[in-house]
Design a protein around this ligand. Structure first.
Ligand SMILES: NC(=O)c1ccc[n+]([C@@H]2O[C@H](COP(=O)([O-])OP(=O)(O)OC[C@H]3O[C@@H](n4cnc5c(N)ncnc54)[C@H](OP(=O)(O)O)[C@@H]3O)[C@@H](O)[C@H]2O)c1
Length: 288
């Protein structure tokens, strides 16, 4: 069997078309243009690349997306002042802080200073708490992209044995909550699972497998269950090529659906940021 590829580029284009129509509708009703701000501290190549894909997505749907660049030497107080200023700017509907930040900046404290009503990435404690409580408004973008790809597979998640490898705050943990909301039976694996020698067994049992480790090819394709849906979140540079955490060649022979890397989760992530932004914008307009 050869798996159906879950193509993130195609899904991203479809999702952008839907968001564009929604932005046009809201603009027609109110005359207001949504505006999102990405705070970037110092120079960072990752910010440049991820920021560019966000800006492209924003332009595609008619949203005003701006960067606020702060010098690498900015203090925590100056950063909080900037966030406070944006929190009170009625023309700004979404704010995010690009990671990584320089040593000396407390990232979590800064993200939690962003108003929950403008928390574009859904990474503040209020929005994460809402996710935990099943009262989701904005969702961290990478797990949101993984869920959108799972939805595109058409596979009903209810009662499925879903295994997540990785428990980071940004991917694994919110993914577990999102899968639970869809009534999947969720197992979260981490380095302790590996140390105990149980990782392969969990992967072999997974009907839905989501991998976010940051270890190229660590999950051997031969471990993938026949007919599984595989979402590979990993992005690893190996010999100048981008590769995932799952051994693709063997996995594609066993899975029913699989995301390619690159071209799977990645392209959908920036679109999910826009979806969050439109959600916040609607809330601001009283249209949510
Ligand atoms: N496509 C996208 O848009 C996108 C967005 C974000 C991240 N990513 C990619 O996704 C990957 C993961 O990112 P992240 O931020 O979640 O990484 P992270 O914070 O480093 O977390 C990695 C997770 O993998 C687990 N892990 C590491 N080695 C393991 C092992 N041998 N066995 C089992 N679990 C193991 C860790 O377990 P412990 O908790 O026990 O240490 C941890 O929970 C990276 O390649 C990153 O580039 C992609």
């Amino acid at each position: 069997m050869s798996a159906v590829l879950l193509d993130g580029k195609v899904l991203a284009l479809q999702a952008l078309a839907g968001l564009k129509a929604e932005v046009e509708r809201l603009k027609g009703l109110t005359g207001v243009i949504p505006r999102f701000v990405n705070i970037v501290i110092g120079h960072d190549a990752g910010a440049a690349s991820y920021g560019k894909s966000q800006k492209r997505a924003a332009e595609a749907i008619g949203v005003d997306y701006q960067f606020t660049f702060l010098p690498a030497q900015v203090s925590q107080e100056e950063l909080l002042e900037q966030i406070n200023f944006l929190n009170h700017d009625m023309a700004v509907h979404g704010v995010m802080l690009h990671k990584p930040v320089p040593a000396g900046i407390l990232f979590d404290a800064a993200v939690n200073a962003i108003s929950p009503d403008k928390d574009l990435e859904g990474m503040g404690v209020v929005n994460r708490g809402r996710l935990f409580m099943g009262q989701t408004k904005v969702i961290p973008c990478t797990p949101a992209a993984a869920m959108a790809l799972l939805a595109a597979s058409g596979v009903d998640l209810a009662g499925r044995n879903a295994v997540i490898v990785g428990r980071s705050e940004i991917v694994g943990k919110p993914m577990a909550m999102l899968l639970l909301e869809k009534n999947a039976t969720v197992t979260v694996c981490h380095s302790g699972t590996s140390r105990a020698g149980h990782l392969e067994d969990h992967v072999r049992a997974a009907e839905i497998l989501v991998v976010a480790m940051g270890k190229p090819g660590f999950i051997r394709g031969e471990w993938v269950r026949e007919g599984a849906v595989v979402i590979d979140v990993g992005i690893n540079a190996v010999d100048g090529k981008i590769t995932g955490d799952v051994g693709f060649e063997a996995a594609v022979q066993r899975a029913a659906f699989i995301t390619p890397v690159p071209g799977g989760v990645g392209p959908v992530t920036a679109v999910m940021l826009m979806r969050n932004g439109i959600e916040l914008f609607k809330q601001h307009l009283g249209q949510a």
